[in-house]
Design a protein around this ligand. Structure first.
Ligand code: CA
Length: 224
């Protein structure tokens, strides 16, 4: 899950950065509108956290432009408390949520998870999947009363497919959002296949996983 933080207050940006990295997100930082724009042009983000008070441009026009460059991302705007008008305009411009500063990092994370669930049509953080259930908050796969251990990357892959359920995702899309950027030389679609194979192996020891489908010539999808 790739996140861009656009925030000129460096200590706050770094704090969010470290927190999200620990929570298994891939995080990029930008301290100006210009840097932010550059990052957006070079990457496909799942989330963009955008401070509205940037030194080199008006935050709302950055948001407008960002929505055009990264239409697939979810947007949370970060505003100074009291900037009610900005918040409303931000939401009108298509931000998914806003957080007045100062905010708690745990609240940020739970808002991000709520946006993901809303967008993927999942009502709960525990999602039934065949004979299994996936707990997106605790990052575990549940079978009957036990938990099945997946590696960090395996879980990232499974949950990314789940959050985009019923849609085939290419190996390149999966690599970019789970491993970060690849140059064409480094890119090896094998990574994804090996991890899928491992997931299937670990889970089919308990029950069939026909919901995890290979789409020939494209990649993978989770069918619910
Ligand atoms: Ca600021």
């Amino acid at each position: 899950m790739k996140v861009l933080i656009v925030e000129d207050e460096r200590s706050m940006a770094l704090e969010i950065f470290m927190f999200l990295e620990k929570a298994f997100y891939l995080v990029d930082l930008a301290h100006t509108a210009k840097q932010g724009r550059q990052r957006m042009e070079d990457n496909q983000y799942d989330f963009i956290l955008l401070d509205l008070g940037l030194p080199d441009d008006d935050g709302l026009s950055v948001l407008k432009e960002a929505k055009r460059i990264c239409p697939g991302a979810s947007y949370i705007i970060l505003t100074a408390r009291g900037d009610l008008e900005d918040r409303i305009r931000g939401l009108d411009l298509g931000a998914d949520d806003y957080l007045p500063k100062p905010f708690s990092l745990l609240e940020l994370q739970s808002r991000m998870q709520a946006i993901l669930r809303r967008k993927s049509g999942l009502n709960d953080s525990i999602v039934p999947l065949g004979d299994f259930a996936i707990d997106l908050n605790k990052r575990v796969v549940i079978y009957e009363n036990g938990e099945i251990e997946l590696s960090r990357r395996e879980f990232d892959l499974l949950s990314y497919l789940l959050l985009h359920k019923n849609r085939p995702l290419t190996r390149l899309q999966l690599s970019e959002h789970i491993w970060g950027n690849f140059s064409d030389d480094d890119y090896d679609s094998n990574y994804i296949d090996v991890h899928i194979k491992n997931i299937r192996k670990k889970l089919t020891a308990y029950a069939p996983v026909e919901w995890l489908q290979t789409i020939r010539g494209i990649g993978y999808k989770i069918k619910i």
